[in-house]
Design a protein around this ligand. Sequence first.
Ligand code: SAM
Length: 405
Amino acid sequence: MTDKNDALKQAEGLLTPLALPHVPQESSIEAVVDQWLHAIATDSKFYCNPNVSCPEELKKLAVSHLKEHALYKSRETFYDNVFSQLPLKPVLNPKFRFIDLFAGIGGVRLGFQHNGGACVFSSEYDRAAQKTYKENHGELPFGDITKIDENEIPDHDVLLAGFPCQPFSNAGVSARNAVGKQHGFLCDTQGTLFFDVMRVIDAKKPRVIFLENVRNLERHDQGQTFQTIQNTIKKSGYRFHYKVIDSSSVVPQRRVRCYMVAVRNDIAASFSFPDFTGEPKPLRTILEKKVDDKFTISDKLWQGHINRTKRNLERGTGFTAHTADLNKPSNTIVARYGKDGKECLIPQEGKNPRLLTPKECSRLQGFPDSFIIPSAKTPAYKQFGNSVVVPVIEKIANVIRKEIL
Ligand SMILES: C[S@@+](CC[C@H](N)C(=O)[O-])C[C@H]1O[C@@H](n2cnc3c(N)ncnc32)[C@H](O)[C@@H]1O
């Protein structure tokens, strides 16, 4: 174990000076080195600044450096050094390659990785999410996607992006590029991130695009936002499919999301979403047996929930806080869940209700129990709330792999 760790550390040290001219603004050199190590291990292309080198030459040079220092014998042994200590790893011979944009903690990644795919580039700018990503997937994601030149990104078959949707507002400053302006897609920086995804799509032309977003995307701005997204993708040469899916038949959480799959026009194979019907799963199946009292909500917080519920019931509007029915799925777990837990409070005998633990949130999103959870509660809730239901992604990815790739 230690030998492998040492070898990996040495390899990192060796590649670091070589990686320096390839680091984009607001990304760390560690991201480039990790990408290279994983690319060597999975037989994929290098992230590379084309003004400095070409990816093939760079990879040859990196491998020869590693060989000179006895750090590379064969791809199999190198793969073993890079991935053996990770519970969640790609296969040695990937069936396809993908990139993971707005990667969060890699929930979308896991769904595709479980289907034999290897990740060749990831981007996520939240430092705490980056840390969780590195611990679980062994790579530090690149930073802000708006600062990354699309031509430097390695070739891939599938582009994954759970792009932020807020705020998709019509009132605001002008979009960053001409496509946005043409469509009247007037947003602030967060809104224009979709056009950063398009920048990468237009440069790299992946076979398949997979996007995930909130259910409301379909209805936002009287459907104009969604229309713009569809038209823009179609104009770039793709057939567009989408489905709003409730995850409660695969995990005990009612999370309704909009999933989009676009297939490049020159690919004849057709795509249709898998079926997600079936009995909703009961929340009780994912609960931990022994839970620390620190998850029990305070009298003040519980009283606040009760008062707000009373007011809302009188007005006939708004959210009513009550404890969850353990025989039904939970409500959607959102990024702010840890603040007051109003989306899902677990009843307790003789005490105030409690919040779900981060472990329970991870299970509600269908992450494997081997997934390493951040030790601090607040980022853990935020990261799982922002993430996706892994088995839903896995099922869609399975159809993509079988039918299209
Ligand atoms: C809805 S979450 C996606 C979660 C992810 N699909 C997962 O499985 O965990 C959107 C993510 O985009 C990240 N993000 C927002 N703007 C970004 C940017 N400009 N560059 C990189 N990441 C960004 C946020 O920090 C957030 O983690």
